[in-house]
Design a protein around this ligand. Structure first.
Ligand SMILES: O=C(O)CCC(=O)C(=O)O
Length: 344
Protein backbone atom coordinates (compact mmCIF):
# COMPACT_ATOMS: atom_id res chain seq x y z
CA UNK A 1 0.00 0.00 0.00
CA UNK A 2 1.51 3.43 -0.90
CA UNK A 3 2.61 5.30 2.20
CA UNK A 4 1.12 8.74 2.87
CA UNK A 5 3.66 11.56 3.33
CA UNK A 6 3.94 12.43 7.03
CA UNK A 7 4.61 15.78 8.62
CA UNK A 8 7.66 15.68 10.84
CA UNK A 9 8.61 18.49 13.20
CA UNK A 10 12.20 19.52 12.67
CA UNK A 11 13.64 22.14 14.96
CA UNK A 12 16.70 24.26 15.26
CA UNK A 13 19.63 25.48 13.27
CA UNK A 14 19.00 25.86 9.53
CA UNK A 15 16.18 23.27 9.72
CA UNK A 16 18.60 20.65 11.06
CA UNK A 17 16.95 18.15 13.35
CA UNK A 18 18.81 17.75 16.61
CA UNK A 19 20.35 21.21 16.70
CA UNK A 20 21.53 22.81 19.91
CA UNK A 21 19.57 25.92 19.05
CA UNK A 22 15.90 25.00 19.39
CA UNK A 23 14.60 28.55 18.98
CA UNK A 24 12.97 28.13 15.60
CA UNK A 25 10.52 25.50 14.48
CA UNK A 26 9.76 24.49 10.95
CA UNK A 27 7.64 21.83 9.36
CA UNK A 28 9.10 19.52 6.77
CA UNK A 29 7.24 16.93 4.77
CA UNK A 30 8.83 13.56 4.87
CA UNK A 31 7.81 10.42 3.09
CA UNK A 32 10.11 7.83 4.72
CA UNK A 33 9.18 4.57 6.43
CA UNK A 34 8.67 5.61 10.05
CA UNK A 35 7.89 2.22 11.57
CA UNK A 36 10.11 1.59 14.64
CA UNK A 37 13.34 -0.20 13.73
CA UNK A 38 12.99 0.43 9.97
CA UNK A 39 16.15 1.16 7.95
CA UNK A 40 14.88 4.69 7.34
CA UNK A 41 14.40 5.35 11.08
CA UNK A 42 17.86 3.93 11.91
CA UNK A 43 19.52 6.02 9.21
CA UNK A 44 17.74 9.19 10.45
CA UNK A 45 18.88 8.51 13.99
CA UNK A 46 22.49 7.98 12.84
CA UNK A 47 22.49 11.27 10.89
CA UNK A 48 20.96 13.07 13.86
CA UNK A 49 23.70 11.77 16.18
CA UNK A 50 26.47 12.91 13.81
CA UNK A 51 24.79 16.27 13.28
CA UNK A 52 24.37 16.77 17.02
CA UNK A 53 28.09 16.14 17.54
CA UNK A 54 29.10 18.58 14.81
CA UNK A 55 26.60 21.16 16.09
CA UNK A 56 28.24 20.98 19.52
CA UNK A 57 31.49 21.95 17.78
CA UNK A 58 29.84 24.71 15.79
CA UNK A 59 28.26 26.14 18.93
CA UNK A 60 31.61 26.55 20.66
CA UNK A 61 33.21 29.55 18.96
CA UNK A 62 29.87 31.32 18.56
CA UNK A 63 29.20 31.99 22.21
CA UNK A 64 26.66 34.80 21.84
CA UNK A 65 24.13 34.97 19.06
CA UNK A 66 22.72 38.43 18.42
CA UNK A 67 18.94 38.43 18.58
CA UNK A 68 17.29 39.03 15.22
CA UNK A 69 14.58 41.27 16.68
CA UNK A 70 16.94 43.32 18.87
CA UNK A 71 18.42 44.95 15.82
CA UNK A 72 15.19 46.00 14.12
CA UNK A 73 14.10 49.60 14.07
CA UNK A 74 17.39 51.34 14.90
CA UNK A 75 17.62 54.99 13.90
CA UNK A 76 20.26 56.10 11.47
CA UNK A 77 22.25 57.73 14.32
CA UNK A 78 22.18 54.47 16.28
CA UNK A 79 23.41 52.57 13.22
CA UNK A 80 26.25 55.04 12.65
CA UNK A 81 27.24 54.74 16.33
CA UNK A 82 27.03 50.95 16.21
CA UNK A 83 29.34 50.54 13.22
CA UNK A 84 31.83 52.93 14.79
CA UNK A 85 31.78 51.16 18.19
CA UNK A 86 31.12 47.53 17.26
CA UNK A 87 32.53 47.55 13.72
CA UNK A 88 29.37 46.26 12.05
CA UNK A 89 25.68 46.93 11.54
CA UNK A 90 22.80 45.08 9.85
CA UNK A 91 20.23 46.66 7.52
CA UNK A 92 17.14 44.46 7.40
CA UNK A 93 15.50 43.21 4.19
CA UNK A 94 17.32 45.36 1.69
CA UNK A 95 16.91 42.86 -1.16
CA UNK A 96 13.54 41.58 -2.39
CA UNK A 97 12.70 37.92 -2.95
CA UNK A 98 12.89 38.51 -6.72
CA UNK A 99 16.35 40.06 -6.42
CA UNK A 100 17.51 37.17 -4.22
CA UNK A 101 16.22 34.68 -6.81
CA UNK A 102 18.11 36.49 -9.55
CA UNK A 103 21.29 36.57 -7.48
CA UNK A 104 20.96 32.90 -6.58
CA UNK A 105 20.54 31.97 -10.27
CA UNK A 106 23.57 34.05 -11.29
CA UNK A 107 25.84 32.55 -8.63
CA UNK A 108 24.63 28.98 -9.10
CA UNK A 109 25.15 29.22 -12.88
CA UNK A 110 28.57 30.81 -12.43
CA UNK A 111 29.79 28.23 -9.92
CA UNK A 112 28.76 25.39 -12.25
CA UNK A 113 31.62 26.44 -14.54
CA UNK A 114 34.06 28.79 -12.81
CA UNK A 115 35.57 28.78 -9.35
CA UNK A 116 38.69 28.50 -7.28
CA UNK A 117 38.79 26.16 -4.31
CA UNK A 118 39.10 28.00 -1.01
CA UNK A 119 38.24 26.60 2.42
CA UNK A 120 37.14 23.41 0.60
CA UNK A 121 34.32 25.43 -0.99
CA UNK A 122 33.87 27.38 -4.21
CA UNK A 123 35.29 30.89 -4.31
CA UNK A 124 35.28 33.61 -6.96
CA UNK A 125 37.77 36.37 -6.20
CA UNK A 126 37.53 39.63 -8.17
CA UNK A 127 33.85 38.86 -8.73
CA UNK A 128 32.90 42.41 -9.88
CA UNK A 129 35.07 41.73 -12.94
CA UNK A 130 34.60 37.96 -13.29
CA UNK A 131 30.78 37.98 -12.92
CA UNK A 132 29.55 41.05 -14.87
CA UNK A 133 25.92 40.08 -14.02
CA UNK A 134 26.56 41.33 -10.47
CA UNK A 135 26.57 44.97 -11.68
CA UNK A 136 23.00 45.70 -10.44
CA UNK A 137 23.86 44.38 -6.96
CA UNK A 138 27.07 46.38 -6.59
CA UNK A 139 25.23 49.55 -7.69
CA UNK A 140 21.97 48.71 -5.86
CA UNK A 141 20.34 52.03 -4.77
CA UNK A 142 19.33 50.79 -1.27
CA UNK A 143 22.80 49.34 -0.66
CA UNK A 144 24.45 52.58 -1.77
CA UNK A 145 22.08 54.52 0.52
CA UNK A 146 23.12 52.27 3.42
CA UNK A 147 26.82 52.86 2.70
CA UNK A 148 26.21 56.62 2.44
CA UNK A 149 24.33 56.59 5.74
CA UNK A 150 27.10 54.93 7.75
CA UNK A 151 29.93 56.69 5.92
CA UNK A 152 28.23 59.98 6.66
CA UNK A 153 28.41 61.69 3.27
CA UNK A 154 27.48 61.49 -0.37
CA UNK A 155 30.93 60.79 -1.81
CA UNK A 156 31.50 57.11 -2.20
CA UNK A 157 34.33 55.15 -3.84
CA UNK A 158 33.89 51.61 -5.15
CA UNK A 159 37.20 49.85 -4.52
CA UNK A 160 36.70 47.09 -7.10
CA UNK A 161 36.90 44.45 -4.35
CA UNK A 162 34.22 41.76 -4.55
CA UNK A 163 34.15 38.04 -3.63
CA UNK A 164 31.50 35.37 -4.07
CA UNK A 165 31.49 32.14 -2.08
CA UNK A 166 29.67 28.84 -2.02
CA UNK A 167 29.99 26.48 0.96
CA UNK A 168 33.38 27.93 1.88
CA UNK A 169 34.89 27.23 5.32
CA UNK A 170 36.76 30.01 7.01
CA UNK A 171 38.42 31.03 10.25
CA UNK A 172 39.01 34.33 12.08
CA UNK A 173 40.53 36.91 9.76
CA UNK A 174 40.44 40.56 8.74
CA UNK A 175 39.91 41.78 5.18
CA UNK A 176 43.03 43.94 5.34
CA UNK A 177 45.28 41.13 4.02
CA UNK A 178 47.31 40.86 7.23
CA UNK A 179 48.89 37.59 6.02
CA UNK A 180 50.17 39.44 2.91
CA UNK A 181 51.75 42.26 4.90
CA UNK A 182 48.55 44.35 5.39
CA UNK A 183 47.11 46.90 3.01
CA UNK A 184 47.45 49.60 5.69
CA UNK A 185 50.92 50.88 6.58
CA UNK A 186 49.95 53.69 8.97
CA UNK A 187 47.88 53.91 12.16
CA UNK A 188 45.65 50.81 12.00
CA UNK A 189 43.20 52.05 14.63
CA UNK A 190 42.61 55.49 13.15
CA UNK A 191 38.99 56.72 13.02
CA UNK A 192 39.88 58.21 9.61
CA UNK A 193 39.92 54.69 8.15
CA UNK A 194 36.43 54.45 6.63
CA UNK A 195 36.47 51.46 4.33
CA UNK A 196 33.45 49.17 4.73
CA UNK A 197 32.42 45.85 3.28
CA UNK A 198 28.92 44.70 2.38
CA UNK A 199 28.10 41.08 3.24
CA UNK A 200 25.03 39.46 1.70
CA UNK A 201 23.91 35.92 2.50
CA UNK A 202 21.36 34.28 0.24
CA UNK A 203 19.85 32.17 3.02
CA UNK A 204 18.80 32.67 6.64
CA UNK A 205 21.46 32.42 9.34
CA UNK A 206 19.51 32.90 12.53
CA UNK A 207 21.55 30.65 14.78
CA UNK A 208 25.02 30.46 13.27
CA UNK A 209 27.01 29.46 10.19
CA UNK A 210 26.60 32.95 8.70
CA UNK A 211 28.91 35.71 9.87
CA UNK A 212 30.61 35.70 13.28
CA UNK A 213 32.48 38.80 14.44
CA UNK A 214 34.72 39.88 17.27
CA UNK A 215 32.88 42.98 18.39
CA UNK A 216 34.99 46.16 18.44
CA UNK A 217 38.08 44.41 17.02
CA UNK A 218 38.50 46.92 14.17
CA UNK A 219 40.82 49.14 16.21
CA UNK A 220 43.53 46.48 16.69
CA UNK A 221 45.54 44.17 14.43
CA UNK A 222 45.08 41.34 16.96
CA UNK A 223 42.89 38.45 15.79
CA UNK A 224 42.03 37.30 19.30
CA UNK A 225 40.62 40.47 20.87
CA UNK A 226 36.93 41.32 21.16
CA UNK A 227 33.92 39.30 22.36
CA UNK A 228 32.56 36.82 19.82
CA UNK A 229 29.12 37.47 18.39
CA UNK A 230 27.21 35.49 15.80
CA UNK A 231 25.29 37.88 13.57
CA UNK A 232 21.71 36.71 13.07
CA UNK A 233 20.53 37.47 9.53
CA UNK A 234 17.76 36.55 7.14
CA UNK A 235 18.18 36.20 3.38
CA UNK A 236 17.87 39.75 1.99
CA UNK A 237 19.58 41.46 4.95
CA UNK A 238 22.70 43.53 4.39
CA UNK A 239 25.64 43.46 6.82
CA UNK A 240 28.03 46.41 6.61
CA UNK A 241 31.29 45.97 8.49
CA UNK A 242 34.61 47.74 8.86
CA UNK A 243 37.21 45.84 6.80
CA UNK A 244 39.47 45.84 9.89
CA UNK A 245 36.89 43.88 11.91
CA UNK A 246 37.94 40.33 12.83
CA UNK A 247 35.30 37.98 11.42
CA UNK A 248 34.69 34.43 10.21
CA UNK A 249 32.17 32.61 8.07
CA UNK A 250 31.31 28.92 8.40
CA UNK A 251 33.81 27.28 10.74
CA UNK A 252 35.10 23.75 10.15
CA UNK A 253 33.94 20.93 12.42
CA UNK A 254 36.54 18.30 13.45
CA UNK A 255 35.98 16.18 10.34
CA UNK A 256 36.16 19.22 8.06
CA UNK A 257 39.32 20.33 9.90
CA UNK A 258 40.90 16.95 9.11
CA UNK A 259 39.82 17.27 5.48
CA UNK A 260 41.28 20.80 5.26
CA UNK A 261 44.62 19.51 6.57
CA UNK A 262 44.53 16.51 4.25
CA UNK A 263 43.78 18.66 1.20
CA UNK A 264 46.65 21.01 2.01
CA UNK A 265 49.13 18.28 2.82
CA UNK A 266 48.37 16.22 -0.30
CA UNK A 267 47.86 19.34 -2.45
CA UNK A 268 44.58 17.80 -3.54
CA UNK A 269 42.16 20.53 -2.49
CA UNK A 270 39.78 19.93 -5.40
CA UNK A 271 39.37 16.20 -4.67
CA UNK A 272 39.07 16.77 -0.91
CA UNK A 273 36.53 19.58 -1.52
CA UNK A 274 34.39 17.01 -3.36
CA UNK A 275 34.59 14.68 -0.33
CA UNK A 276 33.61 17.57 1.96
CA UNK A 277 30.65 18.39 -0.31
CA UNK A 278 29.45 14.78 0.05
CA UNK A 279 29.98 14.90 3.83
CA UNK A 280 27.90 18.10 4.09
CA UNK A 281 25.17 16.58 1.90
CA UNK A 282 25.14 13.53 4.18
CA UNK A 283 24.64 15.82 7.18
CA UNK A 284 21.86 17.59 5.30
CA UNK A 285 23.61 20.98 5.45
CA UNK A 286 21.93 23.51 3.17
CA UNK A 287 23.87 25.26 0.41
CA UNK A 288 25.53 28.47 1.62
CA UNK A 289 25.94 31.31 -0.89
CA UNK A 290 27.32 34.76 -0.15
CA UNK A 291 28.66 37.90 -1.85
CA UNK A 292 30.93 40.54 -0.32
CA UNK A 293 32.11 43.89 -1.77
CA UNK A 294 33.88 47.00 -0.49
CA UNK A 295 33.32 50.76 -0.60
CA UNK A 296 35.11 53.63 1.12
CA UNK A 297 35.11 57.40 1.51
CA UNK A 298 37.62 59.31 -0.64
CA UNK A 299 40.88 59.56 1.31
CA UNK A 300 44.23 57.96 2.00
CA UNK A 301 42.92 54.71 3.58
CA UNK A 302 40.56 53.94 0.69
CA UNK A 303 43.40 54.80 -1.72
CA UNK A 304 45.84 52.45 0.04
CA UNK A 305 43.30 49.63 0.05
CA UNK A 306 42.41 50.17 -3.60
CA UNK A 307 46.04 50.18 -4.77
CA UNK A 308 46.83 47.05 -2.73
CA UNK A 309 43.85 45.28 -4.30
CA UNK A 310 44.75 46.61 -7.77
CA UNK A 311 48.25 45.09 -7.59
CA UNK A 312 46.71 41.71 -6.74
CA UNK A 313 44.28 42.15 -9.65
CA UNK A 314 47.01 42.80 -12.21
CA UNK A 315 47.84 39.09 -12.08
CA UNK A 316 44.17 38.17 -12.49
CA UNK A 317 42.82 36.60 -15.69
CA UNK A 318 39.49 38.49 -15.58
CA UNK A 319 40.29 41.57 -17.69
CA UNK A 320 39.02 45.11 -17.15
CA UNK A 321 36.00 46.56 -15.40
CA UNK A 322 32.74 45.62 -17.18
CA UNK A 323 31.24 48.66 -18.96
CA UNK A 324 27.66 48.19 -17.59
CA UNK A 325 29.08 48.28 -14.04
CA UNK A 326 31.05 51.45 -14.79
CA UNK A 327 27.93 53.06 -16.31
CA UNK A 328 25.69 52.08 -13.41
CA UNK A 329 28.16 53.37 -10.80
CA UNK A 330 28.61 56.63 -12.70
CA UNK A 331 24.81 57.06 -12.90
CA UNK A 332 24.59 56.53 -9.12
CA UNK A 333 27.26 59.17 -8.44
CA UNK A 334 29.87 56.65 -7.26
CA UNK A 335 33.57 57.19 -7.92
CA UNK A 336 35.32 54.17 -9.41
CA UNK A 337 39.04 54.74 -10.04
CA UNK A 338 39.38 51.22 -11.51
CA UNK A 339 36.66 52.06 -14.06
CA UNK A 340 39.41 53.08 -16.43
CA UNK A 341 41.35 50.04 -15.16
CA UNK A 342 44.18 52.05 -13.65
CA UNK A 343 43.98 53.89 -10.31
CA UNK A 344 47.19 55.91 -11.00
O1 LIG B 1 31.15 33.64 3.22
C1 LIG B 1 31.31 33.83 4.43
O2 LIG B 1 30.52 33.39 5.26
C2 LIG B 1 32.47 34.64 4.95
C3 LIG B 1 33.29 35.31 3.89
C4 LIG B 1 34.33 36.21 4.43
O3 LIG B 1 34.66 36.17 5.59
C5 LIG B 1 34.99 37.17 3.56
O4 LIG B 1 34.72 37.22 2.34
O5 LIG B 1 35.84 37.93 4.05
Amino acid sequence: MPRRPRLVLLHGNENHAGSLFPDRYSLAEHAGDHTPGSRFRRSCARRRRIRLRTDIWHARPDGVCSSYRAQQGETSDERARKIEQDGYVVFRQVLTATELGRLRDTLTRHFEQHYEIEGLGLHQPNAAFAIPELDWLIAHPAILDSFREVLGGDRLVFTGNCDAHMNMLSWWHKDTSESRGSCFRGDYGSPDCRVYRAGIYLQDHLTGQGLSVRRGSHYTRSLTEGPVETVATRAGDLILFDIRLTHAGQMADPIETLLLRLGRRLRREREVAAIKARYQAFLGKPKKLSVFFTYGVPGSYTDEYLRFEYLAKQASPYGGAPLPLVERLTAMGVEFPLGNNDPA
